[in-house]
Design a protein around this ligand. Sequence first.
Ligand code: ASP
Length: 446
Amino acid sequence: MIKVCKFGGTSMADGNMMKRVASIIKSDDSRRYVVVSAPGKRFGGDVKITDLLYACYESVKETGSCGDAFAKIADRFRGIVAELGLKMAIEDVLDDTRRAIERERSADFTASRGEYLSARVMAALLGFEFIDARDVVKFRADGQLDSELTFDLTAQALKGKKYAVVSGFYGEGADGRIKTFSRGGSDISGAIVARAAMADLYENWTDVSGFLACDPRIVENPVGIRAMSYKELRELSYMGANVLHSESIFPVRAANIPIQIKNTFRPTDEGTMILPISKYTYSGRIVTGIAGKKNFAVIFIEKSLMNAEIGFARKVLSAMEKHGVSFEHMPSGIDTMSFVIDSESLKHGILEELLEDIRKAVNPDNLRVFDDIALIATVGHGMSKNVGTSAKLFDAIARAGINVRMIDQGSSELNIIVGVDNDNCERAIRAIYEEFFKKSEATFGL
Ligand code: ASP
């Protein structure tokens, strides 16, 4: 039995937390490979090491030196090493790190040092070997993970090592320079190590006892999700349920390795199991979870006989490609087509240029943009098995007096996505939750 354990920033926040992590690892012999984040927040208002490092990079960019910005980072690590009573030449390591940050002058390199240092400290504490992610996690020239090479190199590095600690969040780009994943990316690193080790389980240790059916800031005390499929996870995490990075399923999914979300503060809690659909036992609930994300724009295109115009969509899509704009959903009708796009990617004049290009390309009868749209995904394999699910959902939203601006039901029947005005996002989530988790709870069943 091999378990790969990833510990997030809160679990690594200070020496005490690291001791707690070490005791969790040592309590189970099968917890052989460990991936760690950089130290996160110790208390509300504290600053994550990764954020301190990004601030440090700003100083390097402007002045060529870390200036005072490195002092806080050095202090945190000095404190951790002292608290743990480790015999580590931490001053030398910190000095080297500061010099390397000034030499490299790269945001990714600077940010990666949090994980680098915390993995080295954790390896020393556990007495495990340290594997630098730079040597095993490789990106292609287009910036995407080179999965095959990465799995091979990681498997080779693990071979013959009973135990090891691997730094999370970063790897090496095709140009030989350090490159990070997007924020929260140590979850992906953990999944890579789990895949390379062909682990039986990928344990992802964080500061909550798994996924909840929706955001507890929106609904008080929502029910926990005991088990879900990789697909449900992908939908929910993409739409803002941020317990786990939405890309972390890819390395493990192909090898059917389950992910378990565990809470470092309550290690005996069961957490959430994320499983391949074949091993997934249906919970009896119609809906597994609800997640919402704000700030989308909808570009609405109308043209009579659009359906007969071959190449219409291609022309619109080419205009979007030209401006580097990707879309989330594309609901369409006979003579209409809409694109739901993250508003952020349309800023700085891109929207105006894109509209102009669409006008030129397809000469629409009507071209409009709706702004400030929130998308709400109601996700669950159970939806396809129950007649009337969408009726219930739309009824609940209507009863709350909320206008639906867009609907997209994936053909997999795994989710129904509705677009509402940003201001109605929370109320709509509450209405859907009430409907599926409170009101009809007694009538659930297949
Ligand atoms: N430390 C990085 C971040 O704060 C990566 C991670 O923790 O997963 O985003």
